[in-house]
Every structure is written in structure tokens, then in C-alpha cells.
Design a protein around this ligand. Structure first.
Ligand SMILES: [Zn+2]
Ligand SMILES: [Zn+2]
Length: 362
């Protein structure tokens, strides 16, 4: 750890303060909203008295984001810009709705553009990455793209964040090719997106309890582990005072720094899966999208496990009188068990809408 760097910093906060249900003040001018299992951030620019939004969560997040804005700022104010850490489905769910309502520009790294302009999909998630039920069912997660080509612009090359003074963006690829993190040098506030997580995002139990733990990026959706390891190392070298990510609570001070340095040092044991599609070779990318995707490994056993999980969830929901959703899941699981996987995938063609309520209940 670079103690001189740490000593130079203003200490801005020692813990998060919950303002109301699932909205937290993380540091001066930085608010975190959690929706089901993912975070988004509202950041104030004190010089301009304006705001930017970082990520837009799920489809269900739009109304919660607007409520947060009305609680912490002028009810009629609209963020000056939306900045994306990356374009995965759980970070862009409300993007189209909010940009249309607010007429706001979206900024993202140039390597994320194919997935935000309808040109290319991300490499498939890896259900073999292990770690819990989220990984197991990840083959149902959407891999894009969305198309907001008339709204999105590339982040400036000089590392500045449009609409926000005192912050810089840092390219932290691995989890996604154009993944970025945001850093406020003055007091060492780091918003790391999914470059790593502060809860074990693969495990549904950790996700529901939001158990605090510095972990690698979500395993099922990370196609380049070498880059992911280098990104964590670069973020640890910043010696942040406040660490907050796309999934989990904010962490503070020495404890957080030690956790991040340990992850950076032992990334190959702590941060990445032992097996999986992208462990031995990464997916490759250019500005048009993926140029190489490693072949799928095995998968029969994992699909049987996933079918069992869906079956259990279906029975649970059916018993809880959510008969329609329960029946959909039961049908899907039976189709999978009889080998009709494509049919199951079709049934789950709107997986977020289908899965989100279940995840909130298991
Ligand atoms: Zn992600
Ligand atoms: Zn995420």
C-alpha cells in the first residue's frame, strides 16, 4: 500500500448512510441506489450544481432513479449526462426510457459502442464459471445489443467526465471490453462498476443478504480474465478511501484497501473461476465487437442443474399463488429436462422480467 498517497487524501466519509429504502449517501455528493441486485449512482458537480447519473440498472429502475433525484435535488432537475460503466443488461435497463424522457446524452467507452448501437452482442455468459445460482442460470441473461445510437457518445480521450469536475474515468477492461471505473482524486472515491464487486455476485444468498466481501468481477459475464486481473491491480494502485461497485455495499478505509490489494495480489485464486469457457483463453474484441469467442465447454450437467433450479423456483412461486410465473418456469424446466433447450430459451426470451421477481424471493 502507498501510505503517502493515502495520507494526502481528504477523508470524506467513514460509512454509508441510508437516506431511505435502498438509497445511500456514499460520500459527499455521491448517492447510491440499489435496485434488486444492482447499483446505480447519482453524482453532484458542486461547481455547476448539476448532476450526472452513472448506469441505469434494470427496467424497473427508472421510477426509482427519478424518485432518488427528486429526494436529493430539485424535483424538476434532470441529470446533465448519463455515464455508463459498461453496457450489460443490468446497467442499461432504463437507459432508453430515461434518455428519451430527459433528452440527455449518454457517454461510454468506444469499445462499448457496438453493444449500445445495435451492432454486436457480448460473448455469451458462462454458466460453467461456478460460484452459485446466478452463474448457473446466466445462460438466460440477455447479451444485447441495445440501440441508442442517436444518444450515445464516446467518452473524451483525456479521461475527463462530461458534466462532472474533479472526476476522471479509467479504462478497466476484462469484465467488458470498454468497461470503465470512475475516480475522484480529492478524497479517493472509487466507483468501480463491475471491474470487481463488493459482494459475491454469483451467489444468490450473498446477493440477497448483500454480504460485504471484495470479490472479482461477476464470473459468469467476464470473458477476459487477464485484462480483469490487470484492471483490479490498476484500481488497487489508486489507494481509494471509498470503494463502491455495481453490486454490493460501499466499503471504506484501510479495511477496503486491504481487501482490494489482497484481491489484486491473489486474483488467480480469489478473483476468477477455476474452470469455465473463458479461463484458458479470452474472447477478443475490436471497435466493431467480438472478433474471437472461445468454444463452449460441456454444459449438460450445468443445464440439468439450472433446470432443477428453475423447477424449484416454479414450484415455490406456484405455491405462493404466483401461478402464471410459476407455470412458465415449470414449463421451461421440463422443456430443458427433456432436451428442448432452445424452446426453454424462447420461453425465457424476456429473462430479466421473468427472473428478477424470483431473485427477489429466493
Ligand atoms: Zn457487468
Ligand atoms: Zn453488473
Amino acid at each position: 500500500m502507498n501510505q503517502a498517497l493515502v495520507d494526502k487524501r481528504q477523508v470524506s466519509a467513514f460509512g454509508e448512510r441510508e437516506l431511505y429504502n435502498n438509497v445511500y449517501l456514499v460520500a459527499p455528493g455521491v448517492w447510491r441506489l440499489k435496485d434488486i441486485f444492482v447499483n446505480m449512482y447519482l453524482i453532484q458537480d458542486p461547481d455547476e450544481d448539476s448532476w450526472i447519473l452513472v448506469d441505469t440498472g434494470l427496467k424497473s429502475s427508472a421510477s426509482k432513479i427519478k424518485k432518488m433525484i427528486s429526494e436529493v435535488s430539485d424535483p424538476d432537475s434532470v441529470p446533465k449526462a448519463i455515464v455508463l460503466t459498461h453496457g450489460h443488461f443490468d446497467h442499461v435497463g432504463s437507459l432508453a426510457q430515461l434518455t428519451n424522457e430527459w433528452n440527455t446524452t449518454v457517454y461510454a467507452h468506444k469499445l462499448e459502442m457496438p453493444y449500445l448501437t445495435g451492432k454486436a452482442s457480448y460473448p455469451p455468459p458462462d454458466p460453467n464459471a461456478g460460484g452459485g445460482l446466478f452463474s448457473t442460470i446466466s445462460f438466460t441473461f440477455p447479451k444485447g445489443p441495445i440501440d441508442i445510437h442517436d444518444r450515445v457518445q464516446e467518452l473524451p480521450d483525456n479521461g475527463s467526465v462530461p458534466g462532472l469536475s474533479g472526476w476522471k474515468w479509467i479504462h478497466t477492461p476484462g469484465h467488458a471490453p470498454g468497461h470503465i471505473s470512475l475516480f475522484r482524486e480529492r478524497d479517493g472515491v472509487l466507483i468501480a462498476g463491475d471491474a470487481f464487486a463488493t459482494t459475491r455476485q454469483e451467489s444468490i444468498f450473498s446477493v440477497m443478504s448483500q454480504k460485504r466481501e471484495i470479490c472479482g468481477p461477476p464470473k459468469y459475464f467476464t470473458p477476459d480474465w487477464g485484462s480483469a486481473a490487470r484492471s483490479v491491480k490498476a484500481l488497487a494502485a489508486l489507494e481509494p478511501n471509498v470503494i463502491t461497485t455495481g453490486h454490493g455495499h460501499a466499503l471504506y478505509g484501510n479495511e477496503a484497501r486491504h481487501g482490494l490489494h489482497k484481491l489484486a495480489r491473489e486474483f488467480w485464486q480469489l478473483g476468477m473461476p477455476g474452470t469455465g469457457r473463458y479461463v484458458n483463453e479470452p474472447a477478443l474484441f475490436n471497435e466493431d465487437g467480438p472478433t474471437y469467442i472461445p468454444k463452449k465447454k460441456g454444459g449438460m450437467f450445468i443445464r440439468i442443474l439450472a433446470a432443477g433450479a428453475l423447477l424449484a423456483a416454479g414450484i415455490y412461486l406456484y405455491k405462493r399463488r404466483q401461478k402464471k410465473l410459476g407455470t412458465t418456469l415449470l414449463t421451461s424446466s421440463l422443456q430443458m429436462l427433456t432436451g428442448a433447450v432452445p424452446a426453454a430459451a424462447t420461453t425465457l426470451s424476456s429473462p430479466l422480467a421473468t427472473i428478477a421477481p424470483i431473485l427477489g424471493r429466493l
